[in-house]
Ligand binder design. Structure first.
Ligand code: DQA
Length: 141
């Protein structure tokens, strides 16, 4: 696999500024630039949306736009959105779910993700490193 789409959900545009003790102090753009240098043979694309419907559309459209796999951090939509979960279930390319923080060490309402059941795997609690782990898995598959 070469072409992977990273989809980040609500409030992840604030990475680097938002609750840095939980989510770190690096912006996602800076991190993505480093990832692109580490995986020069891959085609990495990344989008972020605060809107549930846009996330559903991005998941549905990923394969048509050339992605062979998705790294998905649905953020708060993990815990609330049947529509995002159904979109992941509906597509045929693999989706690896990532959470920057350890959602199981946080509030009870974060312990359940509707998406996880349909994900190929879930990476939780390793900070931004989780995206790298998910990506290297997909690029090797
Ligand atoms: C998150 C965890 C979610 O509970 C939270 O709503 C987020 C980020 C994470 O990456 O740790 O926005 O998905």
């Amino acid at each position: 696999m070469k072409s992977v789409l990273i989809i980040n959900g609500p409030n992840l545009n604030l990475l680097g500024k938002r609750e840095p003790l939980l989510y770190g102090s690096e912006s996602f753009d800076d991190f993505l630039n480093r990832l692109k240098k580490e995986f020069p043979d891959s085609q990495l694309r990344s989008i972020q949306t605060n809107v549930e419907a846009d996330m559903v559309n991005a998941i549905q459209g990923a394969q048509g736009e050339g992605a062979e796999g998705i790294v998905l951090n649905p953020a708060a939509l993990s815990h609330t959105s049947l529509a995002v979960a159904d979109a992941v279930a509906a597509i045929s390319i693999p989706v690896v779910e990532v959470h920057i923080s350890n959602i199981f060490a946080r509030e009870l309402f974060r312990h359940h993700s509707f998406v996880s059941r349909y994900a190929k795997g879930v990476v939780v609690g390793f900070g931004l490193e989780g995206y790298r782990l998910a990506l290297s898995h997909l690029l090797r598959s």
